[in-house]
Write a protein that binds this ligand. Structure first.
Ligand SMILES: [Fe+2]
Length: 245
């Protein structure tokens, strides 16, 4: 497996402008060297509206929970699979996802991993991309969230558009053809090919980002796929914010 290392930007000298530049060019920004007491949420409010998390709060704590190690869930130490955030929500998914690091994992693992959805779409023909815009699939929330009483399901195409910008949805494990899918099996064939190509792209060309204490990572969730490497240190603590347009 090959991977590029993330480009880093020192802040706050460049601040919000460098975040916007990173988002517009490579799809993400990684700010390092932030001073103690830096107000991450205040900076993020400059990018967009802070959206409520699954529990209704503005900030989601990514910390391993003791009873979640046996399911697919953000709050454990296991690897996640490539996805975009909020594919199962009824409306548009969050425009941006932001993480900042309260305590990094000691030892191996725990990196956030990113890959460019534009490179994934480039693997498909114009005809395939047209079908991705027209065909609705069923997107469901994760097994771990179901254990916490959150069960969401929504019908969306793989590709949508808002204000002239493409919106890409991706889930390696929680999307299925709709009940009224084409009897020919074409919808399932396209989805299967999309997921195989996504997994291959992610394995070959993801960027691992290791967050040090205080670092901020923001990515364009309408463009980038993300995931997480497994880790051992149960004291690892990140905070997550979702931003709307
Ligand atoms: Fe995620």
């Amino acid at each position: 497996m090959t991977a590029r290392h993330a480009d880093r930007t020192s802040a706050p000298a460049t601040g919000l402008a460098s975040v916007r530049h990173g988002l517009d060019t490579r799809g993400y920004a990684h700010l390092t060297g932030l001073p103690d007491g830096f107000d991450h949420l205040d900076l993020l409010r400059g990018l967009g509206r802070v959206l409520p998390q699954y529990d209704g709060r503005p900030v989601w704590d990514l910390v391993p929970e003791p009873d979640m190690d046996d399911v697919y869930h953000s709050r454990n130490t296991r690897a996640l699979v490539p996805h975009t955030e909020g594919y199962e929500l009824p409306g548009r998914p969050p425009r941006y996802v932001a993480l900042w690091c309260v305590r990094p994992a000691e030892g191996p693992g725990g990196e956030t991993t990113l890959a460019d959805g534009r490179a994934l779409l480039a693997r498909f023909s114009a005809a395939d991309r047209g079908r991705m815009r027209r065909t609705r699939y069923v997107w469901r929330s994760s097994e771990g969230l179901a254990r916490r009483g959150v069960a969401l399901r929504a019908g969306h195409p793989i590709l949508a558009e808002h204000d002239g910008r493409a919106i890409l949805r991706y889930s390696q494990n929680n999307v299925r053809p709709a009940p009224d899918a084409s009897p020919s099996g074409a919808d399932g064939e396209l989805l299967g090919r999309y997921l195989r190509e996504g997994a291959a792209l992610f394995a070959a060309a993801h960027t691992p980002v290791a967050l040090a204490r205080g670092d901020l990572l923001v990515w364009d969730n309408w463009r980038m796929l993300h995931s997480r490497n497994a880790f051992l240190d149960r004291r690892r603590h990140l905070k997550r914010v979702l931003l709307g347009t």
